[in-house]
Design a protein around this ligand. Structure first.
Ligand SMILES: NC(=O)c1ccc[n+]([C@@H]2O[C@H](COP(=O)([O-])OP(=O)(O)OC[C@H]3O[C@@H](n4cnc5c(N)ncnc54)[C@H](OP(=O)(O)O)[C@@H]3O)[C@@H](O)[C@H]2O)c1
Length: 323
């Protein structure tokens, strides 16, 4: 594993982190989930990304992670960097959603209990909710740090003007933003264009989610939607309407280049994002240990020739592919 410093901080993170959004809930096979967590940790993936609502059912990914942590990994707690987030719909009533102080503080307490943790290494505002003043949300994050419930804070999916305001408030309070979490992949360059430089200029690390476009950048949809794939599952967030002819065709073309490099398409797609030195880490999802191993082998070849860069750009510069 390789590690990079997160922004201007003293924290290093593995370039590949494991996310528990899908495949770790109570609808999933616990033994398989446990194997993936332990195998990830044994392979140098010391950063695990959670959120209050991951499952389904919401909260169950944290509960399952807490069980693995408690039963198998607790002796290694200080070798791990564990995140959670609040801001999306989680519990009934007007306080179970959004980025208010009420939601953030209550949600963090619930997440700590589910994960059986005393503190999170980083706690995020999962989103700018369009209503709550950024000041209120950031003050809630700052309070979590002052209370010892989180060591660091981060933001996710903030539009540029709110992103800058968040950095300014956090810096003023001497609780600088450790990580900015944005969706980014070969099919999804928006954050790279709009948010990354702002994060870097403000000393924040950048962590990318859905770097494989939820599986579209693996070649698995080349011949239709396989049973058991995320797009086929009723609990999956990848909609069949997002598996477009253009994306499948582009993945096929990219697969040819990956093959010439001796890589899987997934490996090439991850290596591509890591060429951006502003990026601290990529949060991958996996539904098996075999996928995890495949993605870990990305690290065997992280460089691209001029010709490969040109050919890849030609394929992915088509806005029809973008989310
Ligand atoms: N901040 C936010 O709002 C936010 C939002 C979304 C996600 N996240 C974080 O980002 C993490 C990753 O997101 P993601 O799961 O969408 O990431 P992803 O890496 O783009 O997609 C993961 C999926 O791709 C497929 N896959 C992965 N490796 C493969 C391989 N080598 N070969 C074939 N298929 C492979 C699997 O799907 P199959 O089921 O088809 O096998 C896997 O579940 C989440 O767990 C979460 O922690 C954050």
């Amino acid at each position: 594993m390789f590690y990079r410093y997160s922004g201007n901080s003293g924290i290093q993170l593995p370039v590949l982190s494991l996310g528990l959004w899908h495949n770790f809930g109570d609808v999933d096979d616990f033994a398989k989930a446990r194997d993936m967590i332990i195998h990830a940790f044994d392979s140098g993936i010391c950063h695990f990304d959670l959120a209050n609502n991951y499952g389904p059912s919401p909260g169950s990914a944290e509960t399952n992670f807490g069980k693995v942590l408690h039963d198998d990994l607790y002796a290694h707690r200080d070798e791990m960097f564990i995140s959670s987030k609040a801001g999306h719909e989680m519990w009934p009533g007007v306080y179970g959603d959004g980025s208010s102080r009420k939601n953030i503080i209550a949600s963090c307490d619930q997440s700590l209990r589910r994960c059986r943790l005393e503190y999170f290494d980083i706690f995020y505002s999962h989103r700018y909710d369009g209503v709550t003043p950024v000041e209120e949300t950031m003050e809630a994050l700052i309070q979590l740090v002052r209370q010892g419930k989180a060591l660091y804070v981060g933001i996710s999916k903030y539009p540029p003007e709110k992103q800058q305001l968040a950095y300014d408030i956090l810096r003023e309070a001497k609780v600088p933003c450790l990580l900015s979490q944005y969706r980014c992949s070969m099919f999804d360059p928006k954050a790279q264009m709009e948010n990354f430089q702002l994060a870097t200029d403000n000393g924040s690390g950048i962590i990318c989610f859905s770097p494989l476009a939820q599986g579209l950048l693996t070649g698995k949809y080349d011949n239709g939607i396989p049973a058991n794939s995320r797009a086929a599952k009723s609990t999956g967030f990848l909609q069949q309407s997002q598996v477009t002819t253009e994306r499948v065709e582009a993945a096929r073309k990219l697969g040819v280049i990956a093959n010439e490099r001796g890589q899987s398409l997934a490996q090439m797609a991850l290596a591509w994002l890591l060429t951006d030195q502003r990026v601290t880490s990529l949060i991958i999802g996996t539904s098996s240990v075999a996928q995890l191993d495949n993605n870990l082998s990305t690290l065997d070849n992280l460089s691209f020739s001029e010709d490969e860069i040109r050919r890849i750009h030609n394929i992915i510069s088509d806005p029809q592919l973008w989310f």
